[in-house]
Design a protein around this ligand. Structure first.
Ligand code: ADP
Length: 253
């Protein structure tokens, strides 16, 4: 009876397809789980390092502080900057944990947001030149203001940190797509081609040793990218070693 065997075959095909879907699901769950595990292990490693440094300076003061008062300045300075580093890490980890669950969106004039962040940095870095270029007074988008604010904050901080000259922020509307485009450009150290994709990964830093001095956590760009993507936007980088970098953030209007 050909009909019966046809039904059998169809069932077999369906089971086979289900098996494939099921295996794909398991693989993706496994991948997510492994990513989560790597994240937790990276996070605890990054938090343990400053604690260890703080402890070893505290012990040094305890053992030798009375005999060698010159150690005090160095130790207190190091403890203070490691504590700052930990504070920043904790703040960024909280941001990463929180932003997926937040859903309060509003209309935002992104020009105002970027200008406010520029002002904050200009106060903190009075010697640095931050140029801003935008034709219109309004660039309206829709999003979570607390999250959106983080993006210029992260990109400007990086541009200042990894360059010495003036930095330039340009805002415009792409005439083809109608989307808002904001570019953050510096003439700093630049990023090698093979690093350009990795810098958006959590905890990735091009130069880990040097980065301890600049106080980087390797989380900034990962946070920026995640926030941009949940808002339906995009971030890309163009850079050349020794020439500088330009990060372009495209947002929906
Ligand atoms: P960090 O806290 O280390 O700055 P980010 O996630 O913001 O972490 O950046 C990851 C890495 O990308 C940095 O450690 C740095 O090596 C590189 N990077 C980011 N922005 C720039 C820039 N404007 N110029 C050169 N390198 C940059």
């Amino acid at each position: 009876n050909w009909e019966k065997s046809d039904v059998k075959k169809r069932n077999k095909d369906e089971i086979y397809e289900m098996e494939i879907t099921f295996n794909e699901m398991i693989d993706s769950l496994k991948e997510n789980f492994e990513k989560q595990e790597a994240f937790v292990s990276n996070a605890s490693h990054e938090l343990k390092t400053p604690i260890q440094i703080i402890k070893s300076y505290a012990q040094l003061i305890e053992r030798q502080g009375k005999k060698r008062p010159e150690l005090l300045d160095e130790s207190v300075g190091a403890i203070d900057s490691e504590a700052d580093r930990m504070q920043k890490l904790v703040e960024q980890l909280l941001l990463l944990a929180k932003h997926k669950n937040e859903n309060k969106k509003q209309e935002i004039n992104i020009r105002e947001v970027v200008e406010q962040v520029i002002q904050t940095f200009q106060k903190a870095y009075p010697d640095r030149e931050i140029q801003f270029d935008a034709k219109a007074s309004d660039y309206k988008t829709f999003g979570n203001i607390d999250q959106i604010k983080q993006i210029p904050y992260i990109l400007i901080e990086n541009a200042l940190k990894y360059s010495e000259e003036a930095i330039l922020i340009k805002m415009r509307i792409d005439t083809d797509t109608g989307k808002i485009e904001i570019q953050f450009k510096d003439d700093g150290e630049g990023i090698a081609m093979e690093e350009q994709e990795k810098i958006f990964d959590r905890f990735y830093r091009v130069d880990r040793a040097r980065n301890r001095e600049t106080g980087g956590t390797g989380l900034g760009l990962a946070i920026a990218k995640e926030i941009i993507e949940i808002h339906g936007g995009e971030i890309t980088v163009e850079s050349e070693v020794g020439q500088g970098s330009a990060f372009t953030w495209t947002l929906l209007k």
